[in-house]
Design a protein around this ligand. Structure first.
Ligand code: ADP
Ligand code: MG
Length: 245
């Protein structure tokens, strides 16, 4: 999936530039966005997803410009799946209904088709015995698996994940990352913001390093991790590796 942007920037307040003008053009299959907190990773992901507008610049996905027009943005968002740090599941609905509801309301599935699709995904993600449970009865890892099932249910062209495992206990992190890896093997395109460097390095084809609102490095993941060019990336990686076994 081709992602392009030119002169893309974001300012929330007059004097606080969160993203400095940046250019990018590549065919994305699986991309990890890494970098220190506050560097602008979530902001960039939200702009790509059409959830917020850039202050300047143009964004193209699959050659189509994502124009700052509510109708265009809605169409754009419909083609994507979103997963955030907190699962964002509807608290009053069962796991099954959390997946069924958007399929029916947003994507125009019939109730029967939506339930079939939801069951198929819950089974595949190892949640067969949890279909009737509300989010509060599920572990953090199970909730994120339901959230991922919901995000991919309508077969999005691109899945956007913003730190999907950072609110989880370590034992649940693996089960969620495994599912994302499985989706990759099935051909799902995704962009993931993550602090899981092993996942960025080994499960993602490309890595973008965002720091101080700048896209400082971009390339094949193995190259980014073995031959960091900027002092910022070198420092970022060595800090992360400090306590590794
Ligand atoms: P990251 O995801 O890399 O931690 P973010 O994109 O969340 O970084 O944030 C980058 C900067 O933008 C932070 O300093 C944050 O406080 C600021 N920021 C993010 N969202 C908003 C907002 N809605 N209004 C004002 N400032 C924001
Ligand atoms: Mg963030």
């Amino acid at each position: 999936m081709k992602i392009e942007f030119y002169g893309l920037s974001k300012q929330f307040d007059q004097d606080r530039t969160v993203l400095k003008p940046m250019d990018f053009s590549d065919d994305i299959h699986t991309l990890a966005i890494i970098g220190p907190s506050g560097g602008g990773k979530s902001t960039l992901l939200r702009i790509i997803g059409g959830l917020i507008l850039p202050s300047s610049g143009r964004l193209y996905v699959d050659g189509i410009e994502v124009q700052p027009d509510e109708k265009v943005l809605q169409q754009h968002r419909k083609k994507l799946g979103f997963v955030f740090q907190q699962s964002g599941l509807f608290r009053h609905l069962s796991a099954l209904d959390n997946i069924v509801l958007p399929l029916v309301e947003v994507h125009g599935y019939s109730k029967i088709k939506a339930e079939q699709r939801a069951m198929e995904l819950l089974t595949r993600f190892g949640l067969t015995s949890d279909i009737d449970k509300k989010p509060s009865a599920l572990s953090g890892g199970q909730q994120q698996r339901v959230a991922i099932a919901r995000a991919v249910a309508a077969k999005p062209k691109l899945l956007l994940l913003d730190e999907p495992t950072s609110a989880l206990d370590p034992e649940y992190t693996t089960e969620v990352l495994d599912i994302i890896k499985e989706l990759k093997e099935e051909g799902m395109n995704f962009i993931i913001v993550t602090h899981e460097m092993g996942f960025a390095r080994h499960a993602c084809d490309k890595v973008a390093f965002l720091c101080e609102g700048m896209l400082m490095e971009y390339g094949r993941s193995e190259t980014i991790f073995t031959m960091p060019e900027t002092g910022q990336l070198q420092r970022f990686l060595s800090k992360l590796l400090e306590w590794n076994v």
